[in-house]
Design a protein around this ligand. Structure first.
Ligand SMILES: [Zn+2]
Length: 419
């Protein structure tokens, strides 16, 4: 076990890999109807496949939808569950990912980090308390003009490096390991075209978490709600006692929302009710909401509350009507993952063996893993080390990436050991 850590501490290839992937523009585009949403994501996919094939992973390929699949064959006689490691190749549409120029700040001494091309984009310790745990580490940032894309290219580099290590150290026993790299995660379509039959894995881990040592087995449960209000139109000069203005009804509904259940007033395990769009005129107005909670009952309670507010408001508008539509978006993956406690237990043990303190956490959002879990592939999220993602102040440390590589290697071995 210590041998693995010692040996891995002399390979710094994860950083080289990361820097190679970070400069390839893979921004996804929510307005595009195609899959992948941007063809350039395949540039990175093809590079990853080439590198996998050079390692000897013969079946590595990019499919027409931009997904990368690969298999590291088992090197044990034991019957071990097939484990998949998964990361996404795209970067967020919220911030440019073109011409990324990474810098490595060696032996970080504390304090704010200057970004050379834009002094306004300093990485401030006040906004990044996690920097306090990085003293003496090497921190990778951009020049301040783009995002870094450690979300999720750190994960790609870590999985690739772990694969390289496993393949070149046949004395380390493991079952069949699957690799899955997805496009378009940032626009919510990361698993739309995944072929789980072809992947043929029993359990999976996304490597897309923040702080080193974290494992996340819980995500939000999420619904979208649309409320359509039908008002009563009349000529404004002769509207007294007749007009019922749909925009004004909508405004009353928004005003009635609980102040303590919105994104800007909640954290931790609290859910929220959040208007995301309004569109309309006098006669008809449509309101869009997203509803989030860790418990399905909490989700239902928030939706009931919303409908109550609507009914209350509508009492003052007797000739108007409303329609409410609720659409399921995704569910808390814990419901699925808890049926197989070993998935998280082994990950916690792997994190420990990698020399870190494991920390079980929940995600205030969804991941590819939330949807994969409900598609039949239970999939918690382990740390990749990415911080301040989707921004120009994004950063990742070399040492956290190396810790993630160790974690993946140990995890593969633990599944074999316990089989
Ligand atoms: Zn991500």
């Amino acid at each position: 076990m210590t041998d693995v850590n010692a040996q891995l501490s002399f390979t710094h290839t994860v950083t080289e890999r990361f820097l190679r992937y970070a400069v390839i523009d893979t921004q996804s585009d929510p307005a595009s109807p195609t899959c992948p949403s941007t063809e350039k994501q395949k540039d990175l996919g093809r590079l990853l496949v080439r590198e996998l094939q050079e390692m000897g992973v013969g079946d590595a390929h990019v499919d027409p939808h931009g997904y990368v699949y690969a298999t590291i064959p088992a090197n044990t006689d034991k019957h071990v569950p097939v484990i998949c490691f998964c990361s996404h190749m795209d970067t967020s549409p919220d911030c440019s990912g073109k011409d990324v120029k990474p810098q490595v700040v060696k032996n970080y001494r504390g304090g704010d980090i200057l970004l050379p091309a834009d002094p306004a984009q300093m990485i401030r310790i006040a906004d990044n308390p996690a920097l306090k745990d990085q003293i003496g580490n090497d921190i990778i940032t951009t020049d301040g003009t783009t995002l870094l894309g450690a979300d999720n290219k750190a994960g790609l580099a870590e999985i690739m490096d772990a694969a390289y290590y496993l393949i070149n150290n046949s004395q380390l026993k493991h079952g069949t390991i699957k690799i899955l790299f997805t496009p378009d995660e940032e626009i919510g379509r990361g698993v739309d075209k995944v072929d789980l039959k072809k992947l043929a894995a029993d359990f999976a881990y996304t490597v897309d978490g923040e702080t080193a040592g974290n494992i996340e087995d819980e995500s939000f449960s999420a619904d979208g709600v649309t409320i359509t209000i039908q008002g009563v139109s009349a000529h404004p000069g002769f509207a007294k006692g007749k007009m019922e203005h749909a925009i004004k009804i909508a405004a009353r509904i928004i005003e009635g929302l609980p102040k303590d259940a919105s994104p800007e007033t909640t954290e931790g395990r609290q859910g929220f009710l959040h208007p995301i769009g309004i569109e309309g005129a006098l006669e008809q107005t449509t309101l869009g909401f997203i509803v989030r909670d860790f418990a399905d009952e909490g989700l239902k309670a928030k939706e009931d509350l919303l409908e109550n507010i609507v009914q209350q408001v509508m009492q003052d508008f007797p000739h108007s009507s409303y329609r409410i539509e609720i659409k399921q978006q995704y569910r808390n993956m814990k419901q699925v993952i808890d049926r197989h406690p070993e998935i998280v237990d082994y990950a916690m043990e792997a994190i420990r063996r990698a020399g870190l303190t494991p920390n079980k956490a929940s995600i205030r959002g969804g991941t590819d893993g939330s949807r994969l879990s409900f598609m039949g592939l239970p999939c918690p999220n382990i740390f990749a080390g990415e911080h301040a993602f989707h921004s120009r102040t994004e950063w990742v440390s070399v040492q956290d990436m190396e810790a993630a590589v160790r974690t993946i290697v140990h995890l593969a071995m633990i599944w074999e050991e316990r089989a």
